[in-house]
Design a protein around this ligand. Structure first.
Ligand code: SAH
Length: 410
């Protein structure tokens, strides 16, 4: 039988007998845990030698003697010689010191679990019976995948003294376009402060005890003012909660994430940012549009359609080597098109309007500056949409497969 225990090796003495590949692999783990490691071996392999050269461990350069295990808190033997490994184990048994014996078919009195980590959670796999490292590793990997995709109940049941805020970029919509880190933080959160855009359906999968605060914004209409959002995330974090501020796309692209970080810092609240796939790039991509393309577009200009049309935007619109991507641009389309034409862009300049990219409602309207406004109106284009102006928006750019996703393209 085996009892699995989470040992803290920090500052403890670990003696490793043998200097080969198995020792090297496990050494990393012990060192990462803060153990004081001594290797006993007449010679060592390259990986162990490197760690010795870096003074990360002590090397006793000779064959094993029983006295070597005296004072050790944990012993690991992997010499390749079963007789020596047996002798190490026997010496440990006399001293009641746990011993991992890596020799084939041997067990020692301790075994190392195949480990996987996610945040502060460590899951280990050991077998009670015969050793089967491949099976343990496969099982470990399968559990690790579940931990990372956020489908396991990672949320802390005990309140922590210190709350924190993570600004998580949720990408354009589908849960599997979120980052692994974002999924994990979401699974750990006590409070989720969410927008209207992005992967909103992951909210339905949250533990019922998780508090969801919807502060969704619509263009030209802000149900919860930004300073109130800042106050909400700070207040929950100060109450010891783990707060995820879930945002569509990337938190730092027209998401006012910078203001939220500043508010947390000003309040002395720990805050981190997890990047997300911004719609600037991923929404055109969903319609098969590369925002840069060798020989067609050498640069990218990104603007908020609700903002002012600056001289750099006018220059980008007039430059046929630059792609202009407009977010929140549906209402402003007529003025942007007029400005582009006035700045000297040709009426034939391709325009694509991609609505609800990466969702089942995705639709692309292909047009040109000449007819963009009437085509958008005719199609009833609505938010959320990304407007792409430039030659990359040509329908035949990537022929013979112009549409990579088979969306409902006009
Ligand atoms: N931080 C976000 C942008 C927020 S501004 C990001 O990095 O993507 C909101 C605008 O993003 C919308 O008005 C729209 O222009 C665009 N947008 C976000 N998700 C979209 C989607 N799935 N399809 C089309 N446009 C989207």
């Amino acid at each position: 039988m085996t009892t699995m225990i989470g040992l803290s090796l920090s500052g403890r003495s670990v003696v490793m007998v043998g200097g080969g590949a198995v020792t090297a692999r496990r050494l990393e783990r012990f060192l990462a845990d803060g153990a004081r490691v001594r290797v006993v071996a007449p010679e060592v392999g390259g990986d162990v030698a490197r760690l010795i050269a870096e003074h990360r461990l002590v090397w006793t350069r000779r064959r094993f003697r029983a006295a070597d295990v005296t004072g050790a808190w944990l012993v690991h033997t992997a010499t390749g010689d079963p007789r020596t490994d047996d002798a190490v184990f026997a010496a440990c048994e006399r001293r009641q010191t746990p011993c991992v014996n890596a020799a084939d078919g041997a067990h020692g009195s301790a075994r190392l679990a195949a480990e996987t980590r996610s945040g502060d959670v460590v899951v280990g796999v050991v077998s009670d019976a015969s050793v089967d490292p491949r099976r343990a590793a496969r099982l470990r990997d399968a559990i690790g995948a579940l931990l990372r995709d956020g489908s396991l109940p990672l949320r802390r049941r005990r309140a922590t003294a210190v709350g924190r805020v993570d600004l998580v970029g949720g990408g354009p919509g589908p849960a599997d376009l979120m980052t692994v880190r974002g999924r994990r933080l979401l699974a750990e959160a006590d409070v989720v402060v969410a927008d209207r855009l992005g992967p909103t359906h992951v909210l339905a999968e949250l533990d019922p005890e998780v508090e969801v605060v919807d502060v969704g914004k619509r263009p030209g209409h802000h149900p919860v003012p930004q300073d109130e959002i800042n106050a909400i995330i700070v207040r929950h974090a100060r109450a010891g909660k783990r707060v995820v501020r879930l945002k569509g796309g990337d938190p730092f692209v027209f998401g006012r994430g910078g203001e939220e970080v500043a508010a947390c810092l000003a309040a002395g609240v720990a805050v981190e940012v997890v990047p997300g796939l911004t719609s600037v790039v991923s929404v055109p991509q969903s319609a098969g549009i590369p925002v840069t393309h060798r020989g067609t577009a050498a640069g990218l200009h990104v603007v908020n359609g609700q903002g002012e049309l600056t001289s750099s935007t006018l220059a980008a619109l007039a430059d046929d080597t630059v792609t202009t991507v407009v977010l929140m641009g549906v209402a402003a389309l007529p003025s942007i098109v007029a400005a582009a034409l006035a700045a000297g862009a040709p009426t034939t300049r391709p325009v694509a309007i991609v609505e609800s990219g990466h969702t089942p409602d995705q639709r692309t309207t292909r047009t040109t500056l000449a007819t963009a406004v009437s085509d958008a109106r005719g199609a009833g284009v609505t938010n959320p949409a990304v407007v792409v102006i430039g030659d990359v928006a040509r329908a035949d750019l990537l022929l013979p497969v112009p549409e990579l996703t088979g969306d409902r393209t006009r």
